[in-house]
Design a protein. Structure first.
Ligand code: PNW
Length: 469
């Protein structure tokens, strides 16, 4: 059972679906650049066309209607709206495009949730240092204010930044996402820091300038696996789990929801490692100063992206170089009984989501929660009758209802990832997360509902029937 006005959604991100990468004055983003470098993405694929939602938005809207969604989560392409990243030049065609999307949604009773930043920094800003440069917070705030001003009369749910953890680590430590930087043990912390500063500035702008009139809500979307000790009675495994939580969910949620600063466990681990390897530079995990915006309290709800679960034990601690891996010093283990769905990292544990929701309630002072992403992928042979994925959705959504009913977690919505198959970052089109199949070999990019999509639409329809009673 789900509460009244529960949000039933599905999500997408601009670079993953839109295409139109050079249409109508759009500026390039770091993902445009990254994909066109050899060897970055599976088979050197790119998002130049993707699902071509820039031209085929009508088709997306049909999918949304077919599912019966009450909410749709999309992201704005910063460089489509502001080609050089600044408000000096506004691309009116971009404004027109998102206006149409929003208006079409609202006229069919679907509420938009808009993410301002989903991995695609304007290249012009990367050229000036990107997220490593402190000035980015001011530029992001200008972009955010522009969006609140232009679309906030109709958009009431905002996500500033999607998955700062993934941006910081995959983009700047591992180098497997754009901008492809591998400055181990330093850049990711700096990027994360500036993302928190940028998020907080935008939240404060909304709070002081727009909230009273627009009456919306603003948060950032954090991703987290459910983590538990490999051996529940082993001190080291318990400590490793705590440490792992501090370096993932805690890195961003702790400053915003608990103290305004990073988890102490995280700072201590990084400092200790710096000493151990005689690192002489300044503190690698930056400090917030009185010049920074206040971070604590800058979220009107908790936006959680959940995919999978891990068991945790201490790492080997043998790395001699500065890197996040040695700071964190944990090893993640998969329970062999958890089925893998599609990509190798996605071990399915529906009850992990329930446990994580309960943990969030207890750790972050019982916030309003939206599950802003959850999903399962397909790789290899196409399966339209994806019974397994359909089953996972059903089970996972049941776990969300238990979190609400039995654990008292204040969950207000669930967004499946993703509305349709799309450009899955470094995996290109080889990994399919859609509730709709997209035929990328067909010039019309036909969308067809999977069995899992039918399952989800049935769940939503049943909910709506119960509401009417
Ligand atoms: C999320 N990982 O990213 C993103 O928000 C989506 O854009 C993406 O399509 C979706 O999850 C599925 O991957 C992630 O390596 C990227 O653990 C990578 C990981 C997790 C989430």
């Amino acid at each position: 059972m789900f509460p009244r006005d529960f949000a039933w959604g599905a999500g997408t991100a601009a670079y993953q679906i839109e295409g139109g990468s050079q249409a109508d004055l759009k500026g390039p983003s770091i993902w445009d650049t990254f994909c066109h470098e050899k060897g970055r993405v599976f088979e050197d694929q790119n998002g130049d066309v993707a699902c071509n939602s820039y031209e085929l938005w009508d088709k997306d809207l049909e999918c949304i209607h077919q599912l019966g969604l009450t909410h749709y989560r999309l992201s704005f392409s910063w460089a489509r709206l502001l080609p050089d990243g600044t408000t000096r030049h506004v691309n009116q065609k971009g404004v027109k495009y998102y206006n149409k999307v929003i208006d079409d949604l609202l006229s069919s009773n679907v509420s938009p949730m808009v993410t301002l930043y989903h991995f695609d920094l304007p290249q012009a800003l990367q050229d000036q240092g990107g997220w490593k440069s402190p000035i980015i917070a001011v530029l992001f705030d200008s972009y955010a204010k522009f969006c609140f001003q232009t679309f906030g009369d109709r958009v009431k749910l905002w996500i500033t930044i999607n998955e700062p953890y993934v941006c910081a680590k995959l983009g700047n430590e591992d180098g497997i996402h754009a901008p492809g930087i591998q400055e181990k043990g330093t850049a990711a912390y700096l990027v994360g820091h500036n993302m928190l500063r940028a998020h907080a500035m935008a939240w404060h702008s909304y709070d002081s300038v727009y909230r009273r009139e627009q009456k919306g809500e603003v948060s950032l979307a954090v991703n987290s696996d459910w983590l538990e000790p490999l051996r529940h009675d082993h001190e080291e495994d318990i400590a490793a789990t705590e440490r792992n939580r501090a370096f993932t969910l805690g890195w961003f949620a702790w400053p915003v929801f608990v103290t305004g600063d990073y988890p102490e466990i995280m700072r201590c681990a990084i400092e200790a490692q710096s000493i151990k390897v005689n690192y002489s530079g300044a503190s690698r995990l930056p400090r917030f100063t009185s010049d920074d915006p206040v971070i604590l309290g800058t979220a009107d709800f908790f936006a959680l992206n959940y995919y999978t679960s891990r068991k945790v034990k201490p790492g080997q601690g043998v790395e001699r170089n500065i890197c996040m891996k040695s700071d964190r010093n944990v090893e993640e283990v998969l329970d062999p009984s958890w089925p893998i769905c599609g990509v190798s990292w996605l071990a399915v544990m529906p009850c992990g989501l329930r446990k994580l929701l309960k943990y969030i309630k207890e750790t972050f002072n019982n916030p309003v929660v939206y599950v802003t992403e959850n999903g399962f992928s397909q790789v290899g042979m196409l399966q339209m009758e994806d019974i397994q994925r359909a089953g996972y959705y059903k089970e996972t959504i049941l776990e969300v209802s238990k979190a609400i009913q039995e654990d008292g977690v204040d969950v207000r919505g669930y967004f499946a990832w993703s509305l349709m198959d799309n450009f899955e970052w470094a995996d290109g089109f080889s990994v399919r997360f859609g509730l709709f199949h997209v035929d990328f070999s067909d010039p019309k990019l036909r969308r067809t509902m999977y069995r899992s999509g039918k399952e989800y639409s049935n769940i939503i329809a049943e909910y709506k029937r119960n509401q009417c009673k």
